[in-house]
Design a protein around this ligand. Sequence first.
Ligand SMILES: [Zn+2]
Length: 107
Amino acid sequence: MFLKTCYSCGAKVKALHEGLCATCCKEEFKPIEDLKPIALKYCNVTHKIAYQNRYHEIEEFVTLLPNIVRKHIVISPLYTLKELEIEDLQIVGHKVIFDIKVECDLQ
Ligand SMILES: [Zn+2]
């Protein structure tokens, strides 16, 4: 088997990505390139979250959010998205704040 050398750490691997081994590549290139703005608004009166002119209970919205984020996220062409999770959803004033956790495979 012909092995290639990672330009960064010198590891001998079967396949390089942009000249790097998988470990170095994942450190160098972040999988999430961009997240387009998602217009969300929390209503303090009804305690619901507005998205695209529809109001959702928070519990319901949490189940919809991964699919909404998938439509707005830009994954680097180096990766394929495996899993996407939403963490630490918080309501601050009228804003809905959350973290996005992704699991990706190198192409
Ligand atoms: Zn490396």
